[in-house]
Ligand binder design. Structure first.
Ligand SMILES: C[S@@+](CC[C@H](N)C(=O)[O-])C[C@H]1O[C@@H](n2cnc3c(N)ncnc32)[C@H](O)[C@@H]1O
Length: 406
């Protein structure tokens, strides 16, 4: 969930407030050993899932509510204007759909709930839209669900929660499914190109130590996904493939009846994410604001993440009847949604210093060398007809040449 910044530090994620106890370490290693079973190793994706989401000892499960809120520094937490600008996009889609009397806005992985809070605050200015709005929050971590519910207390009539999309939207979604930094938290497999062909990188549990080993592919799906990109890997090159993300996109496509899917995350199209310029792949950890190259350091105590392959997400969406409407850098999307006007509003009536302070956080979100460029926004739609989405600047997209269009 992070991008490298000068000095290698980053503070955009929640982190556990209390240090890990010996018993939590023991609990996590017991779970890892159990998952490894007799063969003694587990796929990286299982390791990542347990390290992040083990119910007692996983990174997310141990986030303490208040601490989580305090430590968040993702786009929505850096500036409420992020959610405010996206609220305009949701409003436009509602109008485009003919002002339905019920409009679902489903957020996946809402973290500390700042995005929802800023969207709902903006919706207060739009009473008709507010009357139609049902805001669903899909959150796997129980402690984060508590944090979100506290933050959104004043909108309790508009909000509902669940652990899965199926739980929050059992009869489907008419509206928008949105996420910020959700997909990069879903487990990925790690693959390496060897002389013998494509292999998987797995994790061996040796006492309370973790070692990497190379094993045959656990499922042919991995080879098929890479083949679909039509890209050849260099010898020794490592990449990530998240089958969990593709399954999530399939589920999103199946649940959306009419509307849009808007996915914000860092990553890029396949040819960039799998470029030989990045021989080691993109898996990384984050611990107390610092990037950590070793994903096996402090399991359960450090965050784990990787760059999202938007080509694969879009392709999987198409198979689930989601039209690919476009992919743009976050900075361009925020500009299209009225960033300049927002900055002017933030600065109005303030001294130069105050104005700079007020607009600094928002500026960070659009900077092409920072979050504005590293983060991308994927727009997909179903049953929208010709929708000139404001975030896409009204352009007929896709911007990139998607592989299935070549
Ligand atoms: C990096 S945080 C992003 C938080 C928030 N969207 C933001 O931008 O501040 C990832 C979020 O996704 C949630 N999450 C991860 N996997 C999930 C899953 N399978 N189902 C639901 N939520 C999940 C995490 O608990 C967390 O809230």
């Amino acid at each position: 969930m992070r991008i490298s910044r000068p000095g290698g530090s980053d503070d955009r994620r929640p982190r556990p407030v209390a240090g890990r106890t010996a018993s939590q370490t023991a609990t996590l290693f017991a779970a890892l050993r159990e998952a490894a079973g007799d063969r003694g190793w587990l796929p990286f994706s299982t390791y990542m899932d347990l390290a992040l989401f083990h119910p007692e000892a996983g990174y997310y499960a141990r986030l303490e509510a208040v601490g989580a809120a305090g430590d968040f520094a993702t786009s929505p937490s850096l500036s409420p204007s992020f959610g405010k600008l996206f609220a305009r996009q949701f409003h436009q889609i509602w109008r485009h759909m003919g002002h339905p009397s019920r409009f679902d806005l489903i957020e996946l992985g809402p973290g500390a709930g700042q995005f929802a809070a800023s969207v709902l605050a903006e919706v207060e200015q739009l009473p008709r839209f507010k009357r139609a709005l049902c805001y669903g929050l899909v959150e796997r971590s129980a402690s984060l669900r508590t944090t979100q519910a506290k933050r959104l207390e004043r909108w309790s009539k508009l909000t509902r929660w669940g652990e899965t999309l199926a739980e929050v939207a059992p009869s489907g979604v008419n509206g928008v499914i949105v996420s910020n930094e959700f997909f990069d938290a879903l487990p990925c497999h790690r693959l390496v190109q060897t002389r013998e062909g494509l292999r998987e990188i797995a994790v061996r549990v040796v006492g309370e130590r973790l070692e990497e080993i190379v094993v045959p592919l656990g499922t042919e799906r991995l080879a098929a996904e890479l083949a679909a990109e039509g890209l050849a890997l260099k010898l020794g090159q490592r990449i990530e493939i998240s089958l969990a993300s593709l399954d999530a996109m399939a589920e999103i496509g199946a649940r959306l009846r009419q509307g849009a899917v808007i996915t914000v995350d860092y990553g890029d199209v396949a040819r960039e994410v799998y470029s030989p310029r990045r021989m080691g792949g993109s898996v990384r950890g984050f611990y107390r604001h610092l990037a950590v190259s070793d994903p096996y350091a402090r399991p359960g105590e450090q965050d784990l993440t990787y760059d999202v392959n938007f080509t694969a997400l879009a392709r999987r969406g198409e198979r689930a009847e989601l039209a690919t409407l476009g992919l743009l850098p976050q900075g361009d999307v925020l500009s299209n949604l009225g960033f300049d006007r927002e900055i002017a509003e933030l600065r109005r009536g303030k001294s130069r210093l105050e104005a700079d302070q007020a607009s600094a956080a928002l500026e960070k979100l659009v900077h092409p060398q920072g979050m504005g460029g590293a983060f991308k926004v994927l727009f997909q739609g179903k049953g929208l007809g010709k929708a000139d989405l404001a975030g896409l600047g009204g352009q007929p997209l896709p911007t990139f040449l998607w592989p299935w269009e070549r």
